[in-house]
Design a protein around this ligand. Structure first.
Ligand SMILES: Cc1ncc(COP(=O)(O)O)c(C=O)c1O
Length: 367
C-alpha cells in the first residue's frame, strides 16, 4: 500500500488523450508539443513521446528538461531571457521564440544561426480570468503591432500565438483564428515565414470536440500560408489522467460537516486556489455532504464540498480527480506538509511508486 498523499497517473487515461493527439497530427498535419509549464512529470514521457513531436518550454530549466527527457523537437520560449541563460537555451533547443522585438534584437548575434520566431499577440483570447488572459489590457505577452513586426521579418522564420485558454468551443477557436488572419495575414503570408505555433489552451481531447472540423481548419490554415503548424497542448494532453489520493485525518462539525485530509489545496493543488475553483470528485452524489479541507494553517484551505454515500470517518481514502495540469508543477512545501508521492498505474493495471519525497527534500528546498 502506497502511503497517502500521492498523485496517481493513469497511463490508460493518458493513452486515450495521446490517441486523440495522434489523430489530430495525422489529419491536420500539425505537430504537437507538450507544454511543460502545465505538466512536467517526466516518468510518463516515454509514453507521451510516442504520440507527440516534442516539448515547448517557458524557461531555461524547462527547455533543458525537454531536451533531456522527451524525444523529438524542443522549442524554447520565455517571457524574457537573461544574458547568462541564452547560450544554454540555444544549446538545448531546436527553435527559439522571443517574446518581444527587444529580446530578438538583444540576442540577435548569439542566435543568428538558430531557427528563430517571435510571439504575436492578437488582442483577443478566450480567457475567463483576467489573471490568465494573454490579451489583457497592456499585456506583455508578445508583440501587437504588425507594422513593427514587419521590420524584423528578415530575422525570423515563424511565429507563436497563444490566445486560447481552456477553450472547448471549436467555433470560438475558429472565429479567433480568423481574427488572427485578419490582423496578421500580411505577416503570415511572407515567404520566409514557414512555421506557426498556435500555442495551447485548445481542449480538443475533451469529449465531443469536433476533431474533424478542427483538423480541417488547421490544415486549411497551414496550406493557405504555407506553414508547418504546431500546437502546444498542456492541459489537453493530460486532462482527466491523474488523481490526488488522500486520507481523512479528522472530522468535525462546525455548522457543517468537515473532514480534514492529509493534503493541502494550497500546497498540492495551488492552481485551484488561485482561480477560486473547487477540486473535483467522482462520484459526488451521496446523501452525506462534507466540506473537505486541507491540513495547512490557511483558514481557506478547502478543497470543496462533496456528497458521499456514507458518513466520512478517520482513515477513509478520498480521491480528487483531474489533478495533473498546473498542479504537480506548482506543488510546494507550505507548512512543511508532506509532499505527495508520485505513482503510475501502468497499462497492465499494476501501480508503481516512482517518487517519494523526504524530510531532506524539504530541508534542501531552502537553506
Ligand atoms: C505559450 C503557451 N503555450 C502553451 C500553453 C499551454 O496551455 P494549456 O495547458 O492550456 O494547453 C500555455 C499556457 O499558458 C502557453 O502560455
Amino acid at each position: 500500500m502506497i502511503k497517502t498523499p500521492y498523485y496517481l497517473i493513469d497511463k490508460a487515461a493518458l493513452l486515450r488523450n495521446m490517441e486523440k493527439i495522434a489523430y489530430v497530427r495525422e489529419h491536420s498535419g500539425a505537430k504537437a508539443l507538450l507544454a511543460l509549464k502545465c505538466f512536467a512529470t517526466w516518468s510518463v514521457f516515454d509514453l507521451m513521446s510516442q504520440y507527440m513531436d516534442g516539448t515547448t518550454s517557458s524557461s531555461l530549466n524547462e527547455v533543458k528538461l525537454g531536451k533531456l527527457k522527451f524525444a523529438g523537437e524542443t522549442h524554447a520560449y520565455s517571457v524574457a531571457y537573461a544574458d547568462d541563460e541564452i547560450a544554454e537555451v540555444l544549446a538545448h533547443s531546436d527553435k527559439i521564440i522571443f517574446n518581444s522585438i527587444g529580446q530578438l534584437e538583444r540576442f540577435a548575434d548569439e542566435s543568428a544561426a538558430h531557427v528563430r520566431g517571435l510571439r504575436l499577440n492578437p488582442g483577443v483570447s478566450s480567457s475567463a480570468f483576467l489573471i490568465a488572459d494573454p490579451s489583457r489590457p497592456f499585456s506583455r505577452l508578445g508583440e501587437w503591432d504588425a507594422d513593427k513586426v514587419s521590420l524584423v521579418l528578415d530575422q525570423i522564420s515563424g511565429f507563436m500565438i497563444h490566445n486560447n485558454c481552456e477553450n472547448n468551443d471549436f467555433s470560438l477557436f475558429d472565429q479567433m483564428l480568423t481574427e488572427i488572419e485578419n490582423k496578421f495575414g500580411s505577416l503570415l503570408e511572407q515567404p520566409q515565414i514557414n512555421w506557426v505555433s498556435l500555442g495551447g489552451g485548445i481542449h480538443f481531447t475533451g469529449d465531443g470536440y469536433p476533431l474533424d472540423l478542427f483538423c480541417a481548419r488547421l490544415k486549411a490554415f497551414s496550406e493557405r500560408y504555407g506553414v508547418q503548424l504546431y500546437l502546444e497542448p498542456g492541459e489537453a494532453s493530460i486532462t482527466m489522467t491523474t488523481s490526488l489520493e488522500v486520507t481523512v485525518l479528522d472530522t468535525l462539525y462546525n455548522g457543517k460537516q468537515l473532514a480534514i485530509v492529509d493534503s493541502s489545496i494550497e500546497a498540492h493543488m495551488l492552481d485551484l486556489l488561485i482561480y477560486r475553483e473547487s477540486a473535483k470528485m467522482a462520484p459526488n452524489n451521496g446523501e452525506h455532504e462534507y466540506m473537505v479541507c486541507g491540513k495547512s494553517c490557511l483558514a481557506g484551505d478547502i478543497f470543496g464540498e462533496f456528497k458521499f454515500e456514507q458518513p466520512l470517518k478517520v482513515g477513509d481514502r478520498l480521491s480528487f480527480i483531474d489533478a495533473a495540469g498546473y498542479t504537480m508543477v506548482k506543488k510546494n512545501w507550505f507548512n512543511g506538509v508532506k509532499m505527495p508521492a508520485i505513482a503510475i498505474r501502468q497499462l497492465d493495471g499494476s501501480v508503481e511508486l516512482v517518487k517519494e519525497f523526504s524530510f531532506d527534500d524539504f530541508v534542501n528546498s531552502l537553506s
